[in-house]
Each structure stands twice: as C-alpha cells, then as structure tokens.
Design a protein around this ligand. Structure first.
Ligand code: DAT
Ligand code: MG
Length: 140
C-alpha cells in the first residue's frame, strides 16, 4: 500500500458556520487520516501567493479577499490515492454540479465560497504542504 499526502483547506465560509468537525468526519469516513492541522488567519497577500496560479482569472481578487476574510483550517490528509480521494470527497468546484454527499454539495454556499480547497496533483500537493507546514509538524 502506498500512502499519499494531500493538502486541504477548510475555508472561511465553513469555519464561520462551525463545520470543521462535520467536514473532517467526511474525510475520515473516506479513509483519509488528518496528519497535520492548524487554524490560521491568512493575510490577503498570503492568499494571493497561495492562489498565484489563478492571478489572471477574473475572480482572483474576490478569491483572495474571501480566503482572508476569516479563519481557515489548513491540513494535510494522508491515505491511499489521497489526492484523488480528497477531490472525490470535496465534489465539483461549483456546488450546483457536486455529487450528492460531497462536502460541496452538502455545505458550499456558491462557486466562490465552496467550503474546501484540495490539491490537484502530486507536485502541487508537495508545494502547498510545504507552504504551510514544516516536515516536523506532519505526524503520520
Ligand atoms: P478547485 O478549488 O475545485 O480546485 P479551481 O482551482 O479551479 O477549483 O479554483 C480555485 C478556487 O477559485 C475555487 O475553489 C473557487 C474559486 N473559483 C473558481 N472558479 C470561480 C468562478 N467562476 N467564480 C468565482 N470563484 C471561482
Ligand atoms: Mg484548484
């Protein structure tokens, strides 16, 4: 069995509604282990750097504003095929398209305020984990 790690964020719309536990239960029920986790407040500049890949998209400013509008929970999830599995549990970006039972179908408020972030590939997972966590903070 090969364990993989992915990076996840529980976004401000979800922490505001006290949904951290309910979202974590979905991750754990799917076989993902939370091997690191902390609640932080991102600055707009930090959100901008994190989402730099989207800097030319029309929603970039709104996204950075939103991601720094309240506390987020940054976390590292570990499991078999963790990246794909987490994307499955998250559901589609737009909650209107998200499959029943996914985090976004159950909790997201809109395409912008969609409750969770999850890495989309091994390379981005590695960069995103290192952006928020030191190796010593990950306890498998
Ligand atoms: P995902 O979060 O599913 O990986 P993404 O990487 O394409 O989606 O976009 C990053 C975030 O940007 C997304 O979670 C919410 C926001 N976003 C994407 N498309 C948007 C849109 N059309 N309008 C507003 N916000 C959007
Ligand atoms: Mg993405």
């Amino acid at each position: 069995m090969t364990l993989e790690r992915t990076f996840s964020i529980i976004k401000p719309d979800a922490t505001r509604r006290n949904l951290t536990g309910k979202i974590n239960a979905k991750f754990e029920d799917a076989g993902l282990r939370i091997v690191a986790q902390k609640r932080i407040l991102m600055t707009k500049a930090q959100a901008g750097e994190f989402y730099g890949v989207h800097k030319d998209r029309p929603f970039y400013d709104e996204l950075c504003e939103f991601m720094s509008s309240g506390p987020v929970v940054v976390q590292v999830l570990e499991g078999e095929n963790a990246i794909a599995k987490n994307r499955e549990v998250m559901g589609a970006t737009n909650p209107a398209d998200a499959a029943a039972g996914t985090v976004r179908a159950d909790f997201a408020e809109s395409v912008g305020e969609n409750s969770v972030h999850g890495s989309d590939a091994p390379e981005t997972a590695a960069v995103e984990i290192a952006y928020f966590f030191a190796g010593t903070e990950l306890v498998g």
